[in-house]
Design a protein. Structure first.
Length: 357
């Protein structure tokens, strides 16, 4: 195993410079997904993201979880330094391993670089694994690549909420078999990445939603005195049944995108009708159960179409990004060959996804 160009980078984790550095490299946090042992990401999803640079927007719940993890890491640092007996500095390391551009972001590394630290936000399953001394490969694969890139001899792994009483840790030392699997896995991943071809991109037409449903009329005075609910239900279910979910053409996807919004409007109107009826009587079980059933039909149709539309959008964005990336790599390779500099690493890769937003 040939390891060269081992370098520590002066960039704060989470900064724009840090994201740029990661864009063209295979990172330790991605190693579990590459091996197919990640709890959060499939290998195919990682391959698509590395090929296109397209990532999902971070929602509020995920951002809150990240913030909690960062706060726990900062609070746990002095606690772990006391346990380890040395100061631990956050650092981002890169190295070329058998020609592979690898990266590892360390929560902590000693000044001599022989000991590292990796921490995760406290959860009871992880605490049990730490106390049993048996970490899943979802965690050990990341640390194995960290050790490979940083050159440290061992890593102290913790799960913590930032308090001494809720900080649980164990020592991790290198597993040669896992290290060999990681290097071999990244080599295969690099080949798959070079051959990655997304769905072709085609111009989409405008879409149309299904016909409007009739107005739902309900009047109650302790009992239902007037309602066209039965006829409304029959008409609504007929319309729902006619909505196409086998999406093939661009027109199908365009129609589906419009229909997603239409279904949501149906749900909202049914909610309003239900609340209007509720304001007139305490409870009419059959009325509400029927409205809920119609609303559920609309919701299920909306969710199905929404997933199909989102998948198609991602495929088409992927085609744009992949085409730009391939053109860039081909141009870079041609320039390098002209000057005999095939060893020169490509720069500026990873901006395509931002450019098409």
């Amino acid at each position: 195993m040939n390891i060269t160009h081992r370098t520590a980078h002066d960039c704060q984790q989470g900064s724009e410079a840090w994201h740029t550095l990661r864009a063209g490299r295979f990172t330790a946090s991605e190693a579990p997904a590459m091996l197919g042992v990640s709890k959060y990401q499939a290998r195919a999803d990682l391959l698509k993201r590395k090929a296109t640079g397209l990532v999902e927007e971070v929602d509020a719940a995920t951002k809150r979880r990240f913030d909690e993890g960062h706060a726990a890491e900062a609070a746990a640092r002095p606690i772990v330094e006391d346990l380890v007996g040395e100061e631990l500095w956050p650092v981002t390391m890169t190295a070329e391993v058998d020609g592979l551009p690898l990266l590892a972001s360390m929560d902590g590394l000693t000044m001599l670089g022989d000991t590292g630290w990796e921490t995760k936000l406290l959860n009871q399953d992880l605490r049990a694994a730490v106390e049993a001394g048996e970490l899943p490969e979802h965690y050990t694969a990341q640390m194995e690549q960290q050790m490979l890139v940083a050159g440290c001899e061992r890593i102290y792994f913790t799960t913590s909420d930032g308090t001494p009483e809720n900080t649980f840790g164990l020592w991790y030392e290198s597993n040669p078999d896992l290290r060999a699997r990681i290097v071999a896995g990244w080599k295969q991943f690099a080949e798959d990445l070079a051959a990655y071809v997304p769905e072709p991109e085609i111009v989409k037409p405008a879409g149309k939603a299904p016909e409007a449903l009739p107005a739902l009329r309900i009047e109650v005075t302790g009992m239902v005195t007037a309602s066209n609910l039965a006829a409304f239900r029959e008409h609504a279910l007929a319309v729902f049944g006619g909505i196409k979910t086998d999406l093939q053409s661009d027109a199908d996807f365009a129609d589906a995108e419009r229909t997603v919004k239409w279904c949501k409007e149906v749900e909202d109107k049914l909610d309003a009708a239900k609340q209007h009826a509720l304001s007139q009587t305490a409870s009419i079980d059959e009325l509400f159960r029927t409205i809920d059933a119609i609303k559920e039909e609309a919701r299920q149709k909306r969710l199905t179409l929404d997933r199909l539309v989102k998948a198609e959008k991602e495929n088409r964005k992927g085609e744009i990004v992949a085409s730009a990336g391939k053109a860039y790599r081909d141009h870079w390779t041609a320039l390098c060959r002209r000057i005999g500099g095939d060893w020169i690493p490509a720069i500026g890769v990873g901006y395509w996804a931002d450019a098409i937003k």
